[in-house]
Design a protein around this ligand. Structure first.
Ligand code: PBG
Length: 329
């Protein structure tokens, strides 16, 4: 007995006494194979172009992209998600460069596939915003609204050219209704039953995409609120989930990750397909900026964000830190 009352019968601190015991009882472990590296490749440049809003991330040349893929594979990273950045002169209202077999993304898919083969899962962003002169994820109707069904036809064609270029997994990120089903049909029609679909199931309209706009040289003015989800909603994500599964999604994803861990947890507890989370550009840049000012410990903060995302239920995480973290693990 202490002078002030009884001793506690339970002492959870016992299992926190040394690094070794803490490691033994850790409930969540990050592994390089949990990580997927998003990467940008820019057409027509001979040197990588730094992205000022994402310190440490660049728009790759075709050549440095190959090297980044090799480095990611060597570090044990599971996959690479490719984003194409076309020359400005190639952007148009329909996003034609996105379906050109010689468009930058298709060229990059072929480059990376020839470099790493099947050792790294090669994934591609399937969306029009990188290729449209208005910057929206779809084509517009006569009144300037994003036309869902006309966009689906463009996505079907994109899926086919990306598959022909050798992608293993497409990532439709435009949040059009019916996109997963249309893409599945388009792939199956050309005999690409083995190309899988990573569905952006719960993709929220987010301020944290800010740095990405620079990363892909986006022309967007305005927002994407008529197709991306409202951050106030979670039930709506379960509806999107049911639709994506019904349409044939192989993996479902929540994006952004950090501000939506509750959504991630809900989805993870209710599905039997793998669940991914995308730690997006703004989540990356916030930590980098605070670390640069000396306000947080960069390495610890990075691991803490990724552990939180995994703890919430992600089987895999897209993160711009993938290669660095894989090396450190
Ligand atoms: C759409 C797309 C976006 C991101 C991935 N795919 C931008 C958007 O929806 O506005 C954002 C990724 C990031 O911010 O890291 N093609």
């Amino acid at each position: 007995m202490s002078a002030y009352g009884s001793f506690p019968g339970a002492r959870p601190r016992r299992l926190r006494t040394t690094p070794a015991v803490r490691r033994m009882v850790a409930e969540t472990r990050l592994h390089p194979a949990d990580l997927i590296l998003p990467a940008f490749v820019r057409e027509g440049v001979s040197e990588p172009v730094p992205i000022s809003a994402m310190p440490g991330v660049v728009q790759h040349t075709r050549d440095t992209l190959r090297k980044a893929a090799v480095e990611a594979r060597a570090a044990g990273v599971a996959g690479i998600m490719l984003f194409g950045v076309p020359e400005d002169s190639k952007k148009d209202a329909l996003g034609t460069a996105g379906t050109d077999p010689d468009g930058i993304l298709q060229v990059a898919i072929r480059d990376v596939r020839s470099e790493v083969g099947d050792d790294l899962v090669i994934m591609s962003d399937l969306c029009l915003d990188e290729y449209t002169d208005h910057g929206h994820c779809g084509v517009l109707d006569a009144d300037g609204r994003v036309d869902n069904d006309a966009t689906l036809e463009r996505y079907a064609e994109m899926a086919q050219v990306q598959a022909d270029a050798g992608v293993h997994m497409v990532g439709p990120s435009g949040m059009m209704d019916g996109q997963v089903g249309v893409i599945r049909d388009a792939l199956d029609t050309i005999g690409k039953e083995d190309v899988s679909i990573l569905a952006y199931t719960a993709k929220y309209s987010s301020a944290f995409y800010g740095p990405f706009r620079e990363a892909v040289g986006s022309s967007l003015t305005g927002d994407r609120k008529t197709y991306q989800q409202d951050s106030a909603n979670v039930r709506e994500s379960l509806r999107e989930l049911a639709l994506d599964l019904d349409e044939g999604a192989d993996i479902v994803m929540v994006k952004p990750a950090g501000p939506y861990l509750d959504v991630l947890a809900k989805i993870a507890e209710s599905v039997s397909v793998p669940v991914a989370a995308y730690q997006i550009s703004g989540e990356y840049s916030m930590v980098e900026a605070a670390a640069e000012k000396g306000w947080v410990d960069r390495e610890k903060a990075i691991l803490e964000t990724l552990t939180g995302i995994k703890r919430a239920g992600a089987d895999m995480i897209l993160t711009y830190w993938a290669t660095e973290v894989a090396h450190r693990l």
